[in-house]
Write a protein of this length. Structure first.
Lengths: 108, 118
């Protein structure tokens, strides 16, 4: 099973700032099969990115993803108030499909 | 717009059985999976079933603890427990991967909260 470790656990930033979230895998994720999700309090998660760097439908271009192998990054270029939430990475290169433990992005 | 509609919240006692459901609104045959979120915790993929022929894959860590089934005629997937434990208390989401063969989840149900308490 591939273990995903996200860092930092909590990230405190202000609107307008740039956010960089990390996801590290215990072994290489095949074909860059990594997704990112956003979860706001009391809501179901929402798909942001797939294949490490492809934005899902209706996701604004301030969200971008990068990485390959074992190291992946989600970047939010300029934070909007609605971006403060918990973010999860997920690998789907090998079963069981696993999620990271999440990064909480909070307003500073 | 396709939606996943899940059954309502449940409160059960330890040892009781339970079956929750997830219906795809557009009657399309597809894979439907389940993701667990324990209180205050992260996400865990439980398994996935193909509505067409009920081909089912489980997370080995959960196999034997739950049963995933489906009714193709009503495009509905189910998650079932024969004997609930307090540790089954969680929010359960059904999910659909729209891109065949790639198990990231474009669609999410609204969630079913299961509370197991004596």
């Amino acid at each position: 099973e591939i273990v995903l470790t996200q860092s930092p656990g909590t990230l405190s930033l202000s609107p307008g700032e740039r956010a960089t979230l990390s996801c590290r895998a215990s072994q290489s994720v095949s074909s860059r099969y990594l997704a990112w999700y956003q979860q706001k309090s009391g809501q179901a998660p929402r798909l942001l990115m797939y294949d490490a760097s492809s934005r899902a439908t209706d996701i604004p271009d301030r969200f971008s993803g990068s990485g390959s192998g074992t190291d992946f990054t989600l970047t939010i270029s300029r934070l909007e108030p609605e971006d403060f939430a918990v973010y999860y990475c997920q690998q789907y290169g090998s079963s069981p499909y696993t999620f990271g433990q999440g990064t909480k992005l909070e307003i500073k | 717009e396709v939606q996943l509609v899940q059954s309502g919240a449940e409160v059960k006692k330890p040892g009781e059985s339970l079956k929750i459901s997830c219906k795809r609104s557009d009657f399309t045959t597809s894979w439907i999976g389940w993701v667990r979120q324990m209180p205050g915790k992260g996400l865990e993929w439980m398994g996935i079933i193909y509505l067409g022929d009920s081909d089912t894959r489980y997370n080995p860590s959960l196999q034997g603890q739950v049963t995933i089934s489906a009714d193709r005629s009503i495009t509905t997937a189910y998650l079932q427990w024969s004997s609930l434990k307090a540790s089954d208390t969680a929010m359960y989401y059904c999910v659909v991967p729209l891109r065949g063969g790639h198990n990231y989840f474009d669609l999410w149900g609204q969630g079913t909260l299961v509370t197991v308490s004596s």
